[in-house]
Design a protein around this ligand. Structure first.
Ligand code: NDP
Length: 497
């Protein structure tokens, strides 16, 4: 039976997932849908492949992962076109996303051995006859569940960390972007043809749920906070650990000594790139009174130049359009003013840039993730008020500060995992910085050293090198030895400083 097709809404026909462009309805491709059994079989295959991959060692894995990186770069325009076809975003956005992704594919394998390799730790006085050793061992099989908004860089973050560490990966791309996901897996297979070290399983949310219960050793989830809770509940059944990269409501603070034009430019780009469908996108701007009017004027002027169908692509997931409309309606109903766009900006599958001022703090436009090309700008008395309002959200993913003298101090006080000073979203492009949030934005980290350790278990080993002078771990210790141990502990740790 043929289901009715709505552009951008994936349909399943005869066990095949058909992905279409949200703006044109053009077919982007087809992939087979995995059953629960298929998912378990993929994890089983991955376990064997993982043992082979681990045996390649850090150098062998580095060689393959850097070859994969190079292959992706050689075919960057193709991936940009495919991403555009499947999500509707401009091709250049797909290309720029790939640029960010390859940074992580380069950094992780080059640094895995240094961060995770075996090392000796300093001997402690009370156990002087033992040497201490630390190494990080991969989990085995990592399940990666990805979203649709950045179908390249969001999965490549955990995939690069997991593979560099020595795990195999079973990847469930979003049902909205399975073709880009499959492209990544297929290109990896060109440089690693021997074993299914990276596999994809496709389908709707139930396939993600099956992956949580499949026997995978850890799940790296990127998506909404609501789904993250379901993932955690499913993983809790078998104590499967998780990394959660969830939604955000990021704020940009503009202080009195900021370069206002640069702040306006960054607010517009940070808020409206990818049509605002960015987890670390700027959704709220807090500007101190002396520069507020100028900032609003410049943001409106710059955002007003953006055209839907050009710089502003369609809303990839059609049902998100209702949420964006509801947020704008709520902001206006509660007393906010649209200084650009507004209700009429919603022209499915597009939403034109919308800038709202005087929006009360209890509006959904301020409280919930909008995920569209909208910005609120709120006037504040000073940086302290800006920080208080910026932090008044259950989310805590990223953020940005524009200013000079106090900008870094303000950045430190933002309750979030990442902040860019005098730019937006920059932290995602640095392979050596961790990426992740606090609160409803999740926990755990991808990227950087912390992102490598996320996919390995620390293993502690002690090796006894000589007879114990102060034996504490034996029934054979004598009362005199206990006295000596206490004396030593008093000397070492009993003093006040
Ligand atoms: P969803 O939470 O809807 O989906 C994310 C992934 O989870 C998809 O692959 C989805 O499959 C899958 N899934 C759905 N239900 C289940 C389930 N019960 N068990 C396991 N997996 C399931 O998020 P979106 O795809 O809509 O992505 C947008 C969200 O992602 C936004 O909130 C955004 O902020 C956030 N995000 C966070 C990032 C971060 O790094 N912190 C980065 C990018 C986005 P299917 O698509 O088939 O339903």
């Amino acid at each position: 039976m043929t289901a009715t097709r709505v552009p951008g809404v994936p349909v399943i026909e005869d066990g095949v997932l058909i992905s279409t462009n949200p703006a044109t309805g053009e077919e982007a491709g087809r992939v087979p849908v995995a059953s629960e059994k298929d998912v378990a079989a993929a994890v089983e295959r991955a376990r064997e492949a993982g043992a082979w991959w681990l045996a390649l060692g850090y150098e062998g894995r580095k060689d393959r992962l850097l070859r994969w990186r190079s292959l992706i770069v050689q075919r960057i325009e193709e991936l940009g076109r495919l991403t555009s076809l499947e999500t509707g975003k401009p091709e250049t956005d797909g290309i720029m996303e790939t640029v960010a992704a390859v940074e992580h594919l380069d950094w992780a394998p080059r640094n895995a051995k240094r961060v995770l390799g075996p090392r000796r730790v300093r001997t402690r006085i009370l156990l002087a006859e033992h040497s201490g050793h630390l190494e990080y061992q991969p989990y085995g099989v990592i399940g990666v569940i990805g979203p649709w908004n950045y179908p390249i860089v969001t999965p490549i973050g955990p995939i690069s960390g997991a593979l560099a560490t020595g795990n195999a990966v079973v990847f469930k791309p979003s049902e909205y972007t399975p073709i880009v996901g499959q492209w990544l897996v297929d290109t990896f297979a060109e440089v690693v043809p021997e074993q299914p070290v990276l596999q994809a399983v496709h389908g709707l949310g139930d396939v993600g749920a099956a992956l949580c219960r499949s026997g995978a050793d850890k799940i790296a989830f990127t998506g909404s906070t609501a789904t993250a809770k379901k993932v955690m509940a499913a993983c809790a059944e078998n104590l499967v650990p998780v990394v959660i990269e969830a939604g955000g409501k990021d704020a940009l603070i503009v202080d009195a000594d900021a370069d206002v034009s640069a702040a306006a430019e960054a607010a517009v780009w940070g808020g409206m790139t990818n049509a605002g469908q960015t987890c670390i996108g700027i959704e709220r701007v807090y500007a101190v009174a002396p520069i507020y009017d100028r900032l609003v004027k410049e943001i409106v002027a710059k955002a007003g130049k953006l055209r839907t169908g050009e710089e502003i692509g369609p809303i990839t997931m059609p049902r998100q359009i209702d949420i964006i409309r509801e947020h704008i309606d709520d902001a206006l109903a509660k007393g906010g003013t649209a200084v650009l766009g507004g209700v009429d900006a919603v022209q499915p599958p597009y939403v034109a840039p919308t800038v709202l001022v005087d929006v009360p703090a209890d509006s959904t436009e301020i409280r919930d993730e909008t995920f569209g090309p909208t910005l609120t700008i709120t006037k504040v008395a000073d940086a302290d008020e800006a920080i208080r309002l910026a932090n008044d959200t259950p989310y805590g993913l990223g953020g940005a500060v524009f200013g000079k003298r106090n900008a870094v101090r303000i950045a430190r006080r933002l309750r979030s995992g990442m902040v860019s000073v005098n730019s937006t979203l920059t932290f995602v492009g640095m392979g050596n910085l961790p990426f992740g949030g606090v609160g409803d934005s999740g926990f755990g980290r991808i990227h950087g050293e912390d992102g490598l350790r996320e996919f390995a278990r620390p293993k502690a080993i002690t090796v006894r090198r000589a007879r114990s002078l102060l034996p504490s771990t034996t029934f054979e210790r004598t009362p005199a030895q206990v006295k000596q141990i206490v004396k030593a502990v008093r000397m070492l740790y009993g003093r006040r400083s």
